[in-house]
Design a protein around this ligand. Structure first.
Ligand code: MEV
Length: 366
């Protein structure tokens, strides 16, 4: 049995460090004491293959474990789930479109444990911004799902957690490839290729500079736009996606061989293709240009696009710092530097395992 691709949720209530308790409000459970639950995930960045991933083509994403998403759920003894997230304070059920993924996350977790007797105070807190292509919706859903399951004193396997998270993502994104759901709880770079998930052998002495344009990008809108282009202009969009797929495969080799120039070139080509799919943004184009002029080997948008973040590949820390300074000079709201550590691990999940997780995600949404 291969080692898990995912990290497990830290122990119950470790982050809260307290033992707030509440009684369930149904008669059968009056004698049980429930504790708060905790869940943790993190941000992700897509190196190559956003959008083409939705059509099955190979895509590579890196987990950013230093940028955490945390969720706490505390039984209140009341009748309604309450949400405290991104400045919203109120009933979960009245939390609007922006929190549809969290509502679904709570539902899928309750249906997984077979209970919904508790009303929770749900708190989420993130080290990274929402709606910027860093996977915040999958990360929030994953953290809340873990917290609810934890509060009921249950646990779930990585495959189950993936299926549940992707079930919540369907509400947010429409047709998620699964890349965000798996990478926001992975410990290694992930390759998603025609439904099969594996880790990527990465041995490249480079730095990834990640910059937030400050502009919110809707992944749902971006994915919908690409879908319309695919349907209305099938031949040329399919050819474009095919070429993006080729870049994904080449990038796997670049990462394994430590070919910074090669990977940078793939990223530049990917940016041109994403631009042709109409998911870039003038501010992202400006930041990409600035990074290239500052010595980046390659630069592109990352995630859904239409705003959000861009990434630049730097051959050294000194260059990465120069890129960062200039990105701030061009108006970037936040810039992170991520060392691309070396890994030589290849854990492969077969397509069948992934398909069964997808099936479960689909069932969870019915
Ligand atoms: C979003 O982070 C990445 C997309 O490819 C959508 C997906 O893979 O589900 C745009």
């Amino acid at each position: 049995m291969a080692e898990s691709l995912h990290e497990q949720t830290p122990q119950r209530n470790q982050a809260l460090g307290d033992h707030r308790a509440a009684y369930a409000n149904d008669a059968h459970e009056m004698d049980r004491v429930y504790l708060s639950g905790y869940g943790e995930t993190w941000a992700k960045t897509i190196l190559i293959g956003e959008h083409s991933a939705v059509y099955g083509y190979p895509a590579i994403a890196l987990p950013l474990q230093s940028l955490k998403m945390r969720a706490w759920v505390t039984p209140t003894g009341g009748g309604e789930h309450m949400l405290h997230a991104l400045g919203y304070e109120g009933e979960l059920r009245s939390s609007g479109k922006r929190f549809a993924g969290i509502r679904r996350a709570v539902k899928v977790a309750e249906s997984f444990v077979g209970r919904s007797s508790l009303a929770f105070d749900i708190v989420t807190e993130a080290d990274f911004p929402a709606e910027r292509g860093l996977g915040s919706s999958a990360a929030a859903a994953g953290a809340v799902i873990r917290a609810v399951i934890d509060a009921y004193g249950r646990s779930a396997t990585p495959d189950e957690l993936f299926g549940l998270t992707n079930g919540a993502e369907i509400v947010t994104h429409g047709h998620p490839s699964g890349l965000d759901s798996v990478t926001t709880c992975a410990s290694d770079p992930i390759l998603l290729d025609h439904g099969a998930i594996s880790t990527v052998d990465m041995d490249i002495p480079a730095y990834l500079v990640i910059a937030d344009s400050g502009i919110s990008g809707s992944t749902r809108e971006a994915v919908g736009g690409v879908r319309r282009q695919y349907e209305h202009d099938f031949e040329s969009t399919k050819a474009l996606l095919d070429s993006m797929g080729v870049l994904g495969r080449q990038a796997v080799v670049d990462l394994a061989q430590g070919d910074i120039e090669g990977l940078g070139e793939r990223m530049n080509q990917a940016q041109q293709m994403l631009d042709r799919l109409a998911v870039s943004h003038p501010v992202l184009d400006l930041l990409v240009q600035s990074a290239l002029e500052s010595g980046a080997a390659g630069a592109k948008l990352t995630g859904g696009g239409l705003g959000g973040c861009m990434i630049a590949l730097s051959p050294s820390m000194v260059t990465a710092e120069a890129i960062r300074t200039n990105l701030y000079g061009q108006g970037a709201k936040k810039v992170w530097i991520h060392p691309m550590h070396s890994r030589s691990q290849s854990l492969v999940r077969d397509a069948q395992g992934y398909a069964s997780a997808r099936k479960q995600a689909d069932e969870n949404t019915r």
